[in-house]
Design a protein around this ligand. Sequence first.
Ligand SMILES: [Zn+2]
Length: 686
Amino acid sequence: MTNPFFEEWATPFGVPPFAEIKTEHFKPAYEAALKAHEAEIAAIVGDANAPSFENTIVALERSGAQLDRVDLVFSQLGSANTNETLQGIERDLAPVVARHWNAIFLNPALFARIDALYQKRAELGLDAEALRVLERYHLDFVRSGAKLSLADRERFAGIVERLAVLGTEFGQNVLADEQNTVFALSEAEVDGLPDFARAAAAEMARDRKLNAPYAVTTSRSSVEPVLHFARDRAVREKVWRGFVKRGANGNASDNHAIIGEILRLRGEQAKLLGYESYAAYKLADSMAGTPKAARGLLEQVWKPGRQRALDDRVALQGLIDEEGGDFALAAWDWRYYAEKLRLARFDFDENEIKPYLELWKVVEAAFHVASRLFGVSFVPREDIEGYHPDVRVWEVQREGKTIGIFYGDYFARAGKRSGAWMTSFRKQAKLDGAVIPLVVNTCNYLKPPEGQPALLSLDEARTVFHEFGHGLHGLLSNVTYPRIAGTSVVRDFVELPSQLYEHWLESKPVLARLVHYRTGEPISQALLDRMTAAGKANKGFETVEFVSSAILDMDYHSAAISENEDIPSLERKTLDDIGMPEEIALRHASTHFLHLFSGDGYAAGYYSYLWSEVLDADGYGAFEEAGDPFDKETADRLYKYVYSAGGSRDYAEAYRLFRGRDPDVKGLLEDRGLADLIPIEDGVAG
Ligand SMILES: [Zn+2]
């Protein structure tokens, strides 16, 4: 039996031959790739020659190519086109792959070679990029425990494996509570819900074989429409309570004990590595640098955000009183009355804008921006196959050369997890001749019936631009070494190219291209004005729910936490300290805070979105100051120092080279409509 992972891919640009890749190919492909990688590492370690950049770092860069090939395809299919068999393979492989990497990072002979090079790095005659790669490797190994004593290394490896198990359990528990908490609803109880939400709730009731016309679960996509639109206050309350109790129900999927153990183990991990807290360890490899710097930004935004929310609270209560509602605004009322307030204040209904935001027109607009800014063009390649019939493929060209392949996978379906993300099947590199990147954007838009247009909301259109910004970061990458290519940058910098790109959606030249899907008319100025004004609505609420979660993250990872810590009172303490308005809940409460506990990617890192927002709001200002959203000189600097540069340079320096100065938080406060608010001094700390 042939296995495509054991053969060269005789496809255009060597793209994965998805039609030939079958589920049963993955296990043998992984087994062979892990073995091959082990042999490559053994050869580097066993090299009798003294360590050199070439025989150690470059050799490491070349190693694992077979593993990458199967891993990158497998992980995208596991997220975007999965099934029970693939999920089973995923569970089996996770600990195996974790152990594989532990063995590499904790290999003393391998680290000795890297460390020897690092110690004399100034004398190696390396260019700036190569030096950066050597430093990056050294840091990767040190942060993964390479400098620990033998006894500590064993403990460290044990912690890493235990954390992997706990993280998987945490995520599965949240999923279990989301799927098992089902509210059956009558016709009267869904009063107010828009058609799309009603249809989804009807399908849910059919799926669950309930003796009711409608049902919702406690997943975010199911809950949000109820909180925004359900007229029945009791329905909003019970759904809200189910939502905020995910992972906190005292049942088999309760996450409290797991959180305690994770936090304690992370604290121990950081101590072993010589840091005073996990937050200090995590932030040491970020733009922010220290927990203090990250917290400083959070506090700066918290105060005006909270003030705006308190002002809005008064207005929302006013609406309730006007209606003759004899109750005080509660957490399950906020979104519902905020919708009403938006309509009353700005006369803007989202449904008015949707006909101008047809999916393929929005994608074309994202391409157009890239061509104006960076001179890239996109050629449809119907002959190149995706992993699903809905996936569309483009060849990306710049200065007459093919620089990458772009896959767009935009429609929701069974087997695709929710959310939106960018990933690649192959990273850019120039180490052994030009390797072009293969980049994917995945979204979850409702697929319309055959022949009907897919009309997006403004938020969904923003997401197209956001993910495409990440995509360009991968596609425009122009570095030698794969370790620092494209999006391989620190967490609080990676959202800059994506969040920045969102700004162009609402630029004049782009809006002019977004014409009504049926009439071909552009959006009227009156509608644009109302849309822009409404864009600042409810920002107090959004800021409060996000920033409070980010502060909780920093508190959890800054303190010494013992195994039996009472998690609810820790959470309560943070909220009391910052003066959390009681009508607003954390965007993610502890027991379902997947960013923090289902893996460590965003642990002590949830602030990153806000950190990058400072950069993107300030960065777009450079184009505004130039008076042209496509100003050539500004765009050239953006290409050179951000979109093509990967991690080849210090991030603060890269930003400074693009912008001509350090970022200023003012842009963020202006974009959120908070710039005019003086911090309130009411005795509340933080
Ligand atoms: Zn992003």
